[in-house]
Write a protein that binds this ligand. Structure first.
Ligand code: ASP
Length: 455
């Protein structure tokens, strides 16, 4: 005999099975004691004798027993296993549990989130969170299947790297081997994926972790997030949009069959129209807020630049590698920066930005010019981005790409109030990591090794 899951015993009437799991609940009827045993797949009632009295909630147990049909009047239609129960022959406590600092048999929304994050390993025992993690796994697995079928190659890119701007602050990591120098964690794999196009990979994707030191916001996880990152050579905006539409349609139909995508192809509106009609570049196009409707739309033709009043300079609206629209190049040359539109597209779902991308600049001179408009000196451009400009001088295919924020996408599909409900161990919006409560101090020794003194 070997361990089986609760889910698998429903048709094993009158067979002896061995189950492992947690004591989910306990009802003491003097001579008979009932427990509900919970494992990853479900809950089943176990009927035991007085030896069950010593069990605490959440103890980890082994139960051997016979699967029995319950008498009709004891059938519980609310439980998947409500027609059966286990008549225990043997029980062993594998590990005792203290009483828990938070309940795990509720939705969890009612519990203070700080407590949930401190005890995340307990919080994840609740059915809703466990299901979210399993759905996330299946969702990402289907994305990989689809991208593989479309001939995209998944390639990992470095985490210790050089700054690559996406409009946030960098996280920096001091170097021990070269004291006084720092790595930056990638805000996205943007430059590497473009270098992979120079390398001739043609179709790249990655389920990539990105790091951005952004200001706290209630509905995000601080510091890092996961995106589906895509880049393709010899492509066009139409092709990228249609690839992503096909991907989402395919994956959502498989993993979330109860959801209905409002319109395919996704409606497309320009930034200008969106701002005029909806006063936002993230319009929610649903007529009724039906929880099963997914209203995707593309917002296109963003302005290339935005004026940063605090810094008194132009900055890229998306990132500096985004190509201006061909027909607007003359405006660029005339210095009418506010009028130049970019070959950029954002994906919006029910009023949330869930992705974005662009066709890239491949002309090193145009790329230099964009950096200069953004206020970089020639020397800074050389230091920060010389590698990319040099790469573009050895034969670069025209290319473009896109990235989808998977935490946010899942949040909206699952109707969760925050991305943190889709992540196993998210940091709080204030920047404290779950369970381990980083950031924390490091020893004098460690600081010395990397040549750092705390002011
Ligand atoms: N690197 C961009 C981002 O992370 C996506 C892209 O342009 O492909 O938002």
């Amino acid at each position: 005999m070997k361990k089986i899951f609760v889910e698998q015993i429903i048709d094993k009437i009158n067979q002896v099975v061995e189950l492992f799991g947690w004591v989910h609940s306990k009802r003491d009827h003097k001579k008979i004691v009932f427990i509900d045993l919970r494992d990853r797949t479900g809950i089943v009632q176990v009927v035991g004798n007085e030896s069950f009295k010593s069990l605490n909630l959440e103890d980890v147990v082994y139960v051997k027993g016979k699967v029995k049909k319950r008498p009709k009047k004891f059938v519980n239609p609310k439980m998947k296993t409500g027609e059966i129960e286990i008549e225990a022959e043997d029980i062993k406590i594998l590990s005792k549990a203290k009483s828990l600092p938070l309940p795990v048999d509720t939705s969890g929304y009612e519990i203070n989130e700080e407590v949930r994050l401190k005890y995340r390993y307990l919080d994840l025992r609740r059915e809703r969170m466990k299901n979210n993690l399993i759905l996330r796994h299946r969702f990402i697995k289907e994305i990989r299947n689809f991208m593989d079928e479309q001939d995209f190659v998944e390639i990992e890119t470095p985490i210790l790297t050089k700054a690559t701007p996406e409009g946030a602050r960098d996280f920096i990591v001091p170097s021990r081997l070269q004291p006084g120098k720092f790595y930056a964690l990638p805000q996205s794999p943007q430059q590497y994926k473009q270098l992979l196009m120079v390398a001739g990979i043609e179709k790249y994707y990655q389920i990539a972790r990105c790091f951005r030191d952004e200001d706290p916001r209630a509905d995000r996880s601080y510091g890092e997030f996961t995106q589906l990152d895509v880049e393709k050579s010899f492509t066009s905006q139409e092709e990228i949009l249609s690839l992503i539409e096909k991907l989402l349609k395919n994956v959502i139909e498989k993993i979330f069959p109860e959801k209905k995508i409002w319109k395919v192809p996704f409606p497309k509106i320009t930034y200008k129209e969106a701002m005029k009609k909806y006063k936002t570049d993230r319009p929610d196009l649903r007529e009724k807020k039906d929880i099963n409707i997914l209203a995707f739309c593309w917002v296109v033709d963003f302005p290339c630049f935005e004026w940063k009043e605090t810094e008194k300079r132009w900055d890229a609206m998306h990132h500096p590698f985004t190509s201006p629209k061909k027909e607007d190049l003359s405006l660029l040359n005339e210095g009418k920066y506010e009028e130049v539109r970019a070959d950029q597209y954002d994906l919006v779902l029910n009023g949330f930005e869930v992705g974005g991308g662009s066709i890239r600049i491949i002309d090193p001179n145009l790329q230099k010019k964009i950096f200069e408009i953004m206020g970089h000196t020639q020397k800074q451009v050389e230091e920060k981005f010389g590698h990319l400009l040099e790469a573009f001088s050895y034969g670069v295919p025209p290319h473009g790409g896109v990235a989808l924020g998977l935490d946010r996408l899942l949040q909206v599909i699952l109707n969760e109030p925050s991305v943190r409900e889709t992540i196993a161990f998210p940091a709080s919006s204030g920047g404290k990591t779950a369970v381990m409560e980083a950031p924390s101090e490091v020893s004098e020794e460690q600081l010395k090794e990397v040549g750092i003194k705390i002011r």
